[in-house]
Design a protein around this ligand. Structure first.
Ligand code: FAD
Length: 384
């Protein structure tokens, strides 16, 4: 087993969140090592969609994070290049009846107080934005700050940029121990190939963040929340925005373990239309559910009737890292000096990754973070 020279920080996880942590920490001048037991984006990042949303979040800490991230993604798009497939396409949330539209109106007005921009689109004008939408919808809201990236490419290019700034990346290497000293502070990590000494460890292990916290001796209740996505055959640009129906917001916020589906439809630069996503807590069960896929397809065809005649090429599933209050764990863990968490982002980790990485780098370098990290503290679950 080889011994590595010390690093300022070791990031566990090469998903989009770990990549963003490595990127901002490297740019801040820290010596960074990233360790992942698999490839880049081999976890949930490679199994999600790439929506960067403010439209589905109510005012509060997660929306603050999303708004900070939305600005950072815009900057990153310039810095990382076109390969991340960043598209500032905007979101369109639609309501089928007046009651649904009233609810959207109230939600959008509330979001406006927190800095979310939205414009009401009357039913008669929806087709100017989305020519293939179903007829007869009551109306909707356009959210210009919503955007999209290709998550695996985004993670890979963030890591590439981190490497250019000096980061070292160890793939195919599982962290098997997090070492602490007699005072409980972090001393380093042990992988199945080497020991890396460091005074700081960032737990960016996504859905496995609870296991990594456990290696450091502290509990963190991260659970998997399964989701399926349908991928159609490549099509011309028939869906221009990220489009979803009003009930999606309630599904996202629900804490129920039961199945929820509400189609979110989006085109991609490569041509296929992505239809996501279901939500259910069934552990790490990888069984393909025809029932879930059928429901998603039917809901998508309700929004865009033209999709009823389109072939589905494939379906994939992933496991969102779920914490019981739907907020991620971000920042220093007061229980273990030198341990930082950046995990548990559930269905929003692609969107929230840059803000998470920036805030972690601020703490690592002793600078004031842009946001108050109290709501994201990992020990908030300790009493339950
Ligand atoms: C169907 C679906 C759709 C989604 N759609 C969206 C969306 O549109 N927008 C959005 O923002 N989010 C979306 N998400 C959520 C998003 O994909 C996740 O929040 C995000 O990918 C989490 O990234 P991460 O880097 O925290 O975790 P991961 O990508 O899972 O990375 C964690 C990494 O840690 C590694 N690891 C774990 N344990 C160890 C260990 N002991 N040693 C070494 N390495 C270890 C794993 O191998 C893994 O690579 C979706 C998720 C799903 C399932």
């Amino acid at each position: 087993m080889s011994q590595r020279s010390p690093h300022d920080v070791v990031v566990i996880g090469a998903g989009v969140v770990g990549a963003a942590c490595a990127y901002y920490a490297s740019l801040a001048g820290l010596s960074v090592a990233v360790v992942d037991r698999g490839p880049v984006a081999g976890g949930t990042t490679g199994a999600g969609e790439g929506n960067l949303l403010v439209s589905d979040k109510e005012p509060g800490p997660e929306l603050d994070l999303a708004l900070l991230s939305a600005g950072l993604w815009r900057e990153l798009a310039g810095e990382l290049g076109e390969q991340t497939e960043y598209e500032p396409k905007g979101g369109l949330v639609v309501a089928s009846d007046e009651a649904g539209l009233d609810a959207l109106r109230a939600f959008a007005a509330h979001q406006g107080t927190a800095g979310v921009e939205s414009v009401e689109i009357p039913g008669a004008r929806l087709h100017e934005l989305e020519p293939h939408l179903a007829p007869g919808l009551a109306g909707g809201f356009h959210y210009p700050q919503d955007a999209q990236v290709q998550p695996a490419l985004a993670a890979a290019h963030l890591l590439r940029a981190a490497r250019v700034a000096g980061a070292e990346v160890y793939l195919g290497e599982a962290v098997t121990a997090v070492r602490t000293g007699p005072d409980g502070a972090i001393l380093g990590v042990t992988t199945d190939r080497r020991r890396i000494d460091t005074p700081a460890v960032v737990n960016a292990a996504g859905t496995w963040g609870g296991e990594v916290a456990g290696l450091a001796g502290v509990p963190l209740p991260v659970l998997p929340r399964r989701g399926f996505v349908l991928v159609t055959e490549p099509l011309p640009r028939i869906v221009r925005h990220k489009v979803y129906a009003a009930d999606y917001v309630a599904d996202v916020a629900s804490g129920s373990a039961a199945l929820q589906t509400s189609a979110v439809v989006e085109g991609t630069p490569a041509g296929p239309v992505l239809i996501g996503a279901s939500r259910e807590r069934v552990g790490f069960d990888r069984t393909l559910s025809v029932e879930v896929l059928r429901r998603l397809a039917a809901q998508a065809a309700q929004l865009f009737p033209v999709l009823a005649d389109v072939s589905v090429q494939r379906a994939y599933r992933g496991f969102r890292p779920y914490l019981p209050d739907h907020l991620p764990a971000i920042g220093a863990d007061p229980r273990v000096p030198g341990l930082y968490h950046a995990c548990g982002h559930e269905g929003a980790g692609i969107g929230l990754a840059p803000a998470t990485g920036l805030l972690i780098s601020r703490q690592l370098t002793g600078k004031q973070p842009e946001l108050d990290l109290t709501p994201f503290r990992a020990d908030r679950f300790a009493a339950s």
